[in-house]
Ligand binder design. Structure first.
Ligand SMILES: [Zn+2]
Length: 367
């Protein structure tokens, strides 16, 4: 804050807090060789924004468990998150800790202690998607929905009924209506999927034609209600860097139905990028924050930043992430060894897209 105020005084003009932040960021040019450490917060974005632009940050899986101070999970990225207008994540973990096995077919998984919601609020997340494989247990689903509502965090992808689970989350920010839809292709048993009578997740099973029909109908219905439509799904398989055929097919279908941006999560790895008639698709954005001990060391992930101007996405840039010795997520400068490795892999997995490097960002070319 002192830095921002000082900057304002030096420049001698009255500017908005948001711009002051931007200005302060721009004044400190990143050094040539940046070490992969936590000092990159706020991230040194190439500031391509104008007054009135909407800045959206999207991250992958978030699972916060067994922390004394849940808010510590985002300590290295707090300013970067705060500098956006809207933040979205996949909530990989319900609130409602259990002593026994929480999910049949997923040994040693535990739901998170309800106190862990403090991480999501401290990170300033506005919307979370709940459709994923660990969205399991009616009691925990209903409890999590209640807690999110209480904390004014919007959600999509799960609900007390199928209709509610498929309902989009719509945010109106800076005069732009942004809609989110989320579904899961990975689940352990049918009981996890919402019905008209039972709480559960919204499903994308590529082998069930009515699933894709329902999803397309959801996208089409949302298209007229929002300016920017963001679609994501939790992948069928974990740990695969190769994009499955069904993912490409589903992406094509939802883009044809009107989605403006499509991405995947739940693979715990990064997958490639493609453009479908100019609409960007990132097939998997990997992990963001993941405390469950079995996910230790699986640190790859991508933070996405979308800039919306005149109600259209005009810029999509990517920064790889990792986690430090305390398992706290941080942003990897592209000049760091780990950052460069993730970008190299991303390029290799995206053979048809000319990804551009602009200072410390990977930029996806848009139409
Ligand atoms: Zn998952």
């Amino acid at each position: 804050m002192i830095r921002i105020l000082t900057t304002c005084l030096i420049v001698g003009i009255i500017i908005s807090a948001d711009n002051a932040f931007t200005l302060a960021t721009n004044m400190s040019k990143p050094p040539d060789k940046i070490k992969a450490q936590h000092s990159q917060d706020p991230y040194p974005w190439v500031e391509a924004t104008e007054q009135g632009d909407l800045k959206i940050i999207i991250v992958g899986d978030i699972n916060i468990q067994e922390r004394e101070n849940p808010a510590s999970a985002f300590i290295n990225v707090r300013a970067t998150l705060a500098n956006a207008d809207l933040r979205y994540a996949n909530l990989e973990g319900l609130y409602g800790q259990t002593k026994k096995v929480a999910i049949k077919g997923k040994p040693e998984w535990r739901h998170s202690d309800p106190a862990m919601i403090d991480a999501i609020t401290a990170g300033g997340f506005d919307v979370v998607g709940m459709a994923n494989n660990v969205c399991y247990g009616e009691k925990e689903i209903l409890n999590t929905l209640k807690m999110l509502d209480k904390n004014k965090i919007l959600h999509c992808g799960a609900g007390p009924t199928m209709t509610a689970a498929r309902r989009p989350a719509i945010v109106n920010r800076k005069g732009v209506r942004v809609g989110f839809l989320q579904y899961t292709a990975r689940y352990y048993e049918e009981e996890q999927i919402a019905t008209e009578k039972l709480a559960g997740a919204a499903r994308l099973n590529h082998r069930v034609p009515s699933d894709m029909e329902a999803i397309i109908a959801d996208v089409k219905a949302l298209r007229d209600k929002v300016d920017v439509l963001i679609f994501s799904h939790h992948l069928r398989k974990s740990g695969k860097t190769k994009t499955e055929k069904y993912q490409r097919k589903a992406a094509r279908a939802v883009v044809a139905a009107g989605a403006d941006f499509v991405f995947g999560h739940g693979g715990h790895v990064n997958q490639g990028i493609e453009l479908i008639g100019g609409t960007p698709v990132i097939h998997c954005i990997g992990n963001f924050a993941f405390d469950w001990w079995k996910m230790k060391g699986r640190n790859d992930g991508l933070l996405l930043r979308l800039i919306v101007r005149d109600k259209k996405i005009i810029r999509l840039s990517i920064v790889p992430v990792s986690r430090d010795e305390k398992n706290n997520v941080f942003l990897l400068p592209l000049t760091s060894k780990e950052g460069a490795r993730q970008v190299k892999e991303l390029r290799k997995r995206s053979p048809k897209v000319s990804l551009r490097i602009e200072e410390q960002e990977v930029v996806v070319p848009l139409k």
